[in-house]
Design a binder for this molecule. Structure first.
Ligand SMILES: CC(C)(COP(=O)(O)OP(=O)(O)OC[C@H]1O[C@@H](n2cnc3c(N)ncnc32)[C@H](O)[C@@H]1OP(=O)(O)O)[C@@H](O)C(=O)NCCC(=O)NCCS
Length: 192
């Protein structure tokens, strides 16, 4: 490998198998991950939101946010991350900006891979990106009634700031924020 090639590789893999005992790799998604990202979204949405918000809500969300056309732009600009376990994409995160804030738009781990620290590692990678970009706040939202999501974010140092009414039978959206300037302290302070 030439010296010119090395920096690209280092940017691509954000946390490699050498960083964890279970060999999970966190990396920037590429076009080759398109189908896997959509699959993670579809499987996780179904399992998470159908019991909370019903089949109609799931169908609406999948059509709006989880088509290939909907996920391509974020992959193109390098703002989608994936977690790979044993060579299979098992989770994804996508972020963007809103004013000065970094926003975590999507964080989805396939149900059978929950509870292994994969969500936490994807979140940490997004936080690292946000800090590198100079953001001081990370904003997330989740569907009201998603207790697993709410608990995950609380454990990771987010506090609730707002409730947005769903209307027309749709569930409310809960907005949360994490202060990235406290990152060193709050990560330690939120370990279970
Ligand atoms: C919320 C979600 C992203 C969390 O992902 P996850 O990979 O299960 O999360 P983690 O494993 O990092 O953390 C979950 C728990 O496992 C624990 N854990 C188990 N093994 C671990 C390990 N090896 N390293 C770190 N934590 C570990 C964590 O401490 C945490 O415990 P806690 O709930 O008592 O705080 C995932 O449950 C999910 O995709 N849910 C459905 C979709 C969703 O709600 N998305 C977020 C809202 S948009």
């Amino acid at each position: 490998m030439t010296e010119e090639q090395q920096p690209m590789l280092r940017e691509e893999v954000l946390a490699g198998p050498g960083d964890s005992a279970d060999g999970v790799v966190i990396r920037t998604a590429t076009g080759n991950d398109l189908d896997a990202v959509v699959r993670v979204g579809h499987q996780t949405w179904q399992a998470t939101y159908e019991p909370i918000a019903g089949a109609e809500y799931v169908a609406m969300g999948l059509a709006k946010w989880w088509t290939t056309d909907a996920v391509i732009p974020s992959i193109r600009v390098g703002r989608t991350l994936v977690a790979e376990r044993d060579g299979e994409v098992v989770a994804m995160a996508a972020y963007g900006t809103q004013g000065d804030d970094l926003v975590l738009w999507k964080l989805y781990v396939l149900p059978e891979h929950h509870g292994h620290g994969i969500g936490r590692r994807l979140l940490a990678a997004v936080i690292d990106r946000g800090i590198e970009l100079g953001h001081t706040r990370l904003v997330v939202s989740h569907v009201d009634g998603n207790e697993q999501g709410n608990r995950f974010y609380e454990r990771n140092g987010f506090r609730t700031t707002d409730r947005e009414a769903g209307g027309s039978g749709m569930p409310d959206t809960i907005w949360m924020v994490k202060d990235l300037t406290l990152q060193g302290e709050s990560t330690e302070g939120t370990q279970p």
